[in-house]
Design a protein. Structure first.
Length: 115
């Protein structure tokens, strides 16, 4: 999976790993609600975009690392991913996108018979 990022918008920190079922993508999204988030598949492109609302503290910032504004990530999916079995869940500020492998791509045990 290749990350082609539009650098004009903010990036959300992202981890991607592979397990026996497929590819799992995790993104940190503090302050983002599901209404402020869009996850789409268009052909072989997975697009994750949204908006993190502005928040101003009662005092003044000493350190500011959580930036408000629009974010955008674009990933190219290869042919091993089943486009119809992509699930997304936002929980406690973390988006988890699970992308299952095509059945033909999953590891399977082959039974050996005596001849």
């Amino acid at each position: 999976m290749e990350d082609r990022v539009n650098r004009k918008k903010l990036l959300a920190p992202c981890d991607i790993y592979k397990d026996d079922q497929g590819i799992v993508l995790r993104m940190e999204m503090p302050g983002v609600t599901k209404d402020g988030l869009s996850v789409q598949v268009d052909g072989n492109i997975l697009v994750i975009e949204g908006k993190r609302d502005f928040w101003e503290p009662q005092g003044e910032y000493r350190i500011r690392e959580i930036m408000p504004g629009d974010f955008y990530h674009e990933f190219t999916l290869d042919d091993t991913i089943d486009r119809n079995s992509i699930d997304a869940k936002l929980d406690k500020g973390v988006l988890v996108v699970e992308m299952k492998l095509q059945e033909s791509q999953k590891p399977r045990q082959i039974k050996v018979v005596a001849g």
